[in-house]
Design a protein around this ligand. Sequence first.
Ligand code: ATP
Length: 247
Amino acid sequence: MSKEAAGIGLEHVRFSYPDMTMDFDVEVPSGSITALMGPSGSGKSTILDLIAGFREPDSGRILIGNDDVTGLPPDRRPVSMIFQENNLFGHIDVAKNVGLGRSPSLRLTETDHADVADALARTGLAGMERRLPRELSGGERQRVALARALVRDRPVLLMDEPFASLGPALRNEMLDLVLELQAERALTVLFVTHHPDDARRVASRIIFIEAGRIAAAGPVSDFFGEDGPAAFQHYIGNEGRFARKAT
Ligand SMILES: Nc1ncnc2c1ncn2[C@@H]1O[C@H](COP(=O)(O)OP(=O)(O)OP(=O)(O)O)[C@@H](O)[C@H]1O
């Protein structure tokens, strides 16, 4: 599988839970940061799970780069995923948690150890190698998860509300770090957030979903003007603002 930057394509991807059928048809451009937004229960986590291979579509295809990854197990997809929490193993230290990104058995070469050290330095964790996850702050734990994604070295990074439990200043700091890492590695980043400011800060595009369908997708600037999609304006609570302005 190529480590080149890789776009993501969902082609008529249908997936059903007992009470809900979803149908996604959308592209995420290669080497970009896209914010995935939408009301609670609209299917954001499910999209990420489908791309990562934790769930399989009932029909349709998932493409990453030029490859059809539909049906491939998660570890064979060129993807790293970071969740809101519980990304780390509690009984092993920071360096080992990062090393797992390179080798699930932790059999690491000299080069691997050097790459782990680089990733820790790059994410501001140098000196914390021997700490256990419980000895870190929430922000530091998410840095470890990012460092592990760096040593995994996959072109697609999926993040499900990765910084939702952090305060605003720290969240911005972490988003800026993601932006830097994305630019360095030409990653394709798709991240779920409920905060419009997160999208404005780092994303070039937004995918907005409602009830298991893509309601709107496009450049961030298309979403925040008066002509932004009505469903999105409603979601971020902007409806009357523009109406009042006009009168
Ligand atoms: N394992 C499951 N079994 C049945 N229904 C599920 C399951 N997981 C999710 N759902 C339902 O599917 C819908 C979409 O869930 P999903 O977690 O993808 O939404 P979301 O947009 O990520 O929500 P949130 O913003 O609250 O995290 C919801 O209605 C949810 O109740």
